[in-house]
Write a protein that binds this ligand. Structure first.
Ligand code: FAD
Ligand code: NAP
Length: 463
């Protein structure tokens, strides 16, 4: 019999989790389907594969990356640890709880480098379009090999969409903005705080990007940072130099007028106004249509497209849990594909989805959000053999993290947590986060060898 074929779109943490799930089954001696992953960038890692480019990549595709220089984990690493590949196994020594991007990128790669996962990935290959053939029950995937500029297509029995949802900016309009004389950009194009030194910066938004870009610009020498919120302020104890104001109404020249009647002059504006779930390669009837939230509609177990469960979406939720959630999802998807997990009928699936949607509607506080996603992870873990981990303890850490941020937004990254996978207590980082201006892996892991500032290897990675 011909092997079933599985196509995966994207080799970020979610797509890699899917590849890893099949490798784990293979290592147990199970017969696995033929798996092919398509990645439009030249390397894996998704968001964690830093790109200095904005706008378009080297082949003219929209740049995927939204990460920036000096980006550090915004949650404790103990909350995202793979339960089948610990930080101890990778780094061979305890490290701090909030590593910078290159260190987490290294960790993500460590697990998959142990297997031949790279062989399954077609890099520099964009998924352009997908058709589902009702008769053959197969997905026809139209692809562009960007390197040789060739369009071709392949057929799959299952399609896993792991293309991420923090890449296409949501960019609102404010009256007068077209006349604003300074730079206006979305967080997606922000590549570091350096250009904002000594500037008065206006940030629109009140979520993670607004908070982190605001704090980073403050840390790297912005003259002032003003955060303008639509619904709720972030509301932490801000240091002098960072203030929160209600929503921007309009600009006159370089002056912004806010809803509370105040106004102020600015040098630059960064829109931290979130992202759109965008799947330009999917037709209407297959496309997930949702805002960023903890339980997108139409996905059974947050994964299976209810109208056509052979279409699988990974990582489409708003995220407290990240890498371990993608794993838990990928393992369930794998078991479904390998006939080890049977889905209930469509109507029953709908009832289950509605149950989660109702619960999601009732959430009020950040702690409720953490509890909700914790319950979701537990639900997933019960469905596959992904190594169990103490999810309740992870929820406790998330709540500690929220409290730490409230207490001091500048020092929460100096705190340490204990791994639920190995029991290891994190090390305190050699330098306090506010004083640490180099985010390279070399300096992070081997401070003494990098006393001269940004290391050579780090510079290479940035190129
Ligand atoms: P992505 O990482 O976005 O990967 C999707 C992949 O799909 C990309 O490689 C992309 O090139 C590829 N792709 C897209 N379209 C196509 C196509 N048509 N054809 C082929 N390939 C395609 N999470 C944390 O846990 N901690 C953090 O500190 C943290 N910081 C973040 C900071 C920023 C600025 C952002 C935007 C996100 C951050 N996240 C953080 C969340 C982050 O999105 C997840 O950790 C993780 O990267 C999501 O993995 P993913 O594979 O679902 O998506
Ligand atoms: P987000 O969490 O979806 O938040 C979007 C924000 O934009 C909300 O505050 C929203 O306000 C606001 N907004 C949307 N439309 C608006 C409008 N028309 N006018 C004014 N405000 C508007 O997106 P995000 O903050 O970009 O975070 C995305 C992901 O990136 C998260 O997973 C986060 O963890 C990650 N991230 C991590 C780091 C890090 O430090 N490692 C840094 C940045 C981002 P309302 O509340 O009114 O809807």
């Amino acid at each position: 019999m011909k092997k079933k074929r599985v196509g995966i779109i994207g080799a970020g943490p979610s797509g890699l989790a899917q590849l890893r799930a099949f490798e784990a089954a293979k290592n147990e001696g199970l017969e696995v389907p033929e798996v092919v992953c398509f990645e439009k960038q030249s390397n894996w890692g998704g968001m964690w594969n830093y790109s200095w480019r904005t706008g378009v990549g080297k082949y003219g595709e929209p740049t995927h990356g939204s990460m920036y220089k000096y980006l550090w984990s915004n949650g404790p690493k103990e909350c995202l640890e793979f339960s089948d590949y610990s930080f101890d196994e990778h780094f061979k020594k305890p490290i701090s709880s909030y590593p910078p991007r290159p260190v987490l990128f290294d960790y993500i790669q460590g697990r998959i480098k142990k297997n031949n996962v790279r062989d399954y990935i077609s890099f520099d290959t964009t998924v352009r379009w997908v058709n589902y053939n009702e008769e053959t029950k197969k997905f026809e995937v139209v692809l562009d090999n960007l390197k040789i500029d060739k369009t071709y297509s392949e057929e799959f029995d299952y399609l896993v969409v792991a293309s991420g949802h923090f890449s296409t900016p949501n960019m609102p309009y404010f009256k007068g903005i077209e006349q604003f004389p300074g730079q206006v950009m979305h967080a997606h194009d922000f590549r570091g705080a350096d250009p904002y030194k000594d500037q008065d910066l206006l940030i629109i938004g009140s979520s993670y990007s607004a908070e982190d870009i605001g704090v980073q610009c403050y840390k790297h020498g912005a003259k002032s940072v003003t955060l303008s919120y639509r619904s709720n302020p972030i509301g932490v104890n801000w240091p002098d130099g960072i203030t929160e104001v209600p929503l921007l109404k309009y600009f006159e020249g370089d002056t912004a007028y806010f809803k509370d009647g105040t106004s102020r002059r600015f040098d630059a504006v960064v829109m931290c106004t979130g992202y759109q779930h965008k799947f330009p390669f999917l037709p209407d009837e297959l496309r997930l249509k949702t805002k960023n939230n903890l339980y997108p509609d139409h996905l059974y177990k947050g994964v299976f497209f209810n109208d056509l469960p052979n279409l699988i979406y990974l990582g489409m939720q708003d995220q407290y849990y990240t890498f371990n959630m993608f794993d838990a999802q990928a393992w369930v998807a794998r078991d479904f594909i390998m006939n080890q997990y049977q889905l209930p009928k469509k109507a029953e699936r709908r009832i289950d989805i509605d149950k989660w949607l109702d619960a999601n509607e009732k959430l009020e506080t950040s702690f409720d959000h953490v509890d909700f996603q914790t319950a979701y992870i537990k639900d997933l873990l019960a469905l596959s053999d992904y190594p169990d981990f103490n999810v309740d303890q992870v929820a406790v850490m998330f709540k500690e993290w929220l409290k730490d941020k409230d207490e001091n937004i500048l020092t929460y990254r100096d705190k340490t947590f204990q791994s639920v996978v190995t029991g290891t207590k994190a090390e305190t980082h050699h330098t306090e986060w506010m004083d640490e201006l180099d985010d390279s892996k070399e300096r992070y892991l081997y401070q003494e060898e990098c006393e001269d500032g940004v290391s050579e290897a780090h510079e290479k990675e940035r190129v």
